[in-house]
Design a protein around this ligand. Structure first.
Ligand SMILES: C[S@@+](CC[C@H](N)C(=O)[O-])C[C@H]1O[C@@H](n2cnc3c(N)ncnc32)[C@H](O)[C@@H]1O
Length: 194
């Protein structure tokens, strides 16, 4: 494990993550939480001055969540959807002012039925899309784009050379960052409706 990249992540979180990986290899899809460098690169794509709540999909142990708050998003503006019940409990205790929903990001309308009355100003996704068939990737990105204010970003990180999906409708994948200080190195992709 690249301890330099992960050094600010507590060992307990790394162990939690490994447990999650063993229980759901395709769902967790990584051997460790994102590094602080990757979390910052993701959060840098959010404009904190843009009005509206921010949605995070698949926050895990909350490394990216912390970076989103450090970017200037108040916890009250944050909604997060996490499938794993243990991660969801942990997040609720770590971010009591945020709205943490234990649910499925692939069923966004249903999962958000009591939580989204305004368009989001950004959506950040840590869902391992590369583990999903192309139709499911397209459906998730398309569903997320519908929940965003016009021009607001859908931000996805992944470990592949290529984006999880090249385009969804008129929203093309744009590479916003390459972060080598992560295990494995990761790319940050941004999709926006024109
Ligand atoms: C690669 S981990 C990323 C965790 C965290 N964002 C990070 O960067 O360290 C993927 C996360 O997505 C969650 N996840 C997977 N499928 C999901 C789904 N359908 N709905 C919500 N969360 C999901 C997993 O439980 C896990 O926490």
């Amino acid at each position: 494990m690249n301890l330099a990249a992960q050094s600010r992540t507590p060992l307990s979180d790394q162990l939690r993550f490994l447990r999650g990986l063993v229980q759901s290899p395709r769902g967790v899809g990584a051997i460790a939480p994102s590094s602080p460098a990757l979390a910052r690169a993701i959060a840098a794509q959010i404009d904190p001055l843009r009005e509206g709540p921010v949605l995070e999909l698949g926050p895990g142990t909350g490394v990216v969540t912390e970076a989103i708050l450090a970017r200037g998003i108040l916890p009250e503006r944050l909604v997060a959807i996490e499938y794993d019940a243990d991660f969801a409990r942990l997040l609720t205790s770590r971010f009591p002012a945020a709205k943490i929903i234990r649910g499925d990001a692939f069923a966004l309308d249903d999962t958000l039925r009591h939580a989204a009355d305004r368009p989001f100003s950004a959506i950040v996704s840590g869902i391992p899309l590369l583990n999903q068939p192309m139709e499911r990737r397209a459906a998730l990105v398309a569903g997320a784009l519908q929940k965003l204010a016009p021009g607001a970003p859908f931000i996805q990180f992944s470990y592949g050379l290529h984006p999880p999906i090249d385009r969804v409708g008129q929203a093309f994948a744009q590479r916003a960052a390459f972060v080598w200080r992560n295990l494995p190195p990761a790319r940050v992709w941004v999709y926006r409706q024109p």
